[in-house]
Write a protein that binds this ligand. Structure first.
Ligand SMILES: Cc1cc2nc3c(=O)[nH]c(=O)nc-3n(C[C@H](O)[C@H](O)[C@H](O)COP(=O)(O)O)c2cc1C
Length: 260
């Protein structure tokens, strides 16, 4: 982390600059994968991502960001824009690091809320509370061809679906109380069943009984990120401000789950 000292009339004021490493292939430029100084490791070699994560953590970066799209680009012949699946990569980076925050992109349009809530709860356990989800509705039209081939949903429909998706995911994360797991080996009681509750969601797009089958994670709910410009035209989800990558690990949301 870089500290910038700014003087004013009252005295010296310190401001913190938050740094995020956006890992994208071997660099964002189309030709960066060919740079003589670039890593010799393949983009499918997990050591490439773990090494970058360790370097970012040592350099006091706040977070690492992994973007994602769900279809291969048409420039693969000359541009190395392939990578490993972000949730999987985050798990591997989590065990190689201990402090840095990590953001994985996942789509509300092409996944089910139960799967995604479970994956991010698991990642939060694996990382001991350092995970965030970059919520996207997937703008790439060709992704639709990989999920049923019925064509891309409209922008408005994707965001209506995303709203409901997020409600379900949050309810699933909250379906276990903080104190549900007892793990009392001598007494033979693993969990308090009365502290775990179904969600019984019945909506326009999803019907999800719940509860989640992963105990409540360290952050309660992983940090939510929505990348984009704060323009009036940009859709925002669940009232989240639309800014460019501003997760707030140092101001974690309060744990909210208290099933009764
Ligand atoms: C820094 C940044 C990273 C983004 N990463 C992804 C991504 O990995 N996958 C994706 O489908 N969209 C990504 N987006 C696109 C946004 O999710 C969003 O679709 C875009 O800002 C347009 O807003 P709209 O969907 O409301 O039209 C990213 C946008 C920004 C600014």
């Amino acid at each position: 982390m870089i500290i910038i000292a700014v003087s004013n009339r009252v005295g010296a004021m310190k401001r913190q600059l938050h740094l995020n490493l956006f890992i994208h292939s071997r660099g964002h430029h189309e030709a960066s994968w060919r740079h003589p100084g670039s890593s010799p490791l393949a983009l499918t070699d997990i050591r490439y991502y773990q090494d970058l994560a360790c370097r970012a953590e040592a350099a006091l970066f706040d977070s690492i960001f992994l973007a994602d799209q769900l279809a291969l680009g048409d420039d693969v012949a000359q541009a190395a824009r392939t990578w490993l699946e972000p949730v999987t990569v985050l798990a591997a980076m989590a065990v190689a690091t201990s402090r840095i925050g990590m953001i994985a992109t996942a789509s509300t349009t092409y996944t089910e809320p139960f799967n995604l809530a479970r994956q991010f709860a698991s990642l939060d356990h694996i990382s001991n509370g350092r995970v965030a989800w970059n919520i996207v509705t997937s703008w790439l039209a060709t992704a639709a061809g990989n999920f049923g081939g019925t064509g891309q949903m409209s922008h408005a429909d994707r965001y209506v679906r995303a709203e409901e998706f997020m409600s379900v995911v949050k309810a699933l994360w909250d379906s276990w109380a903080d104190d549900a797991v007892i793990d009392d080996r001598a007494g033979g009681r693993y969990a308090r069943a009365d502290r775990i509750r179904p969600i019984n969601h019945k909506g326009e797009y999803y019907q999800v009984a719940g509860p989640l089958n992963v105990p409540r994670c360290p952050q309660g709910r992983p940090v939510l990120v929505q990348a984009g410009s704060p323009t009036p035209a940009a859709a925002s989800l669940h009232g989240m401000p639309r800014r460019c990558l501003r997760p707030t690990w140092r101001r974690r949301p309060p744990r909210r789950s208290t099933p009764t």
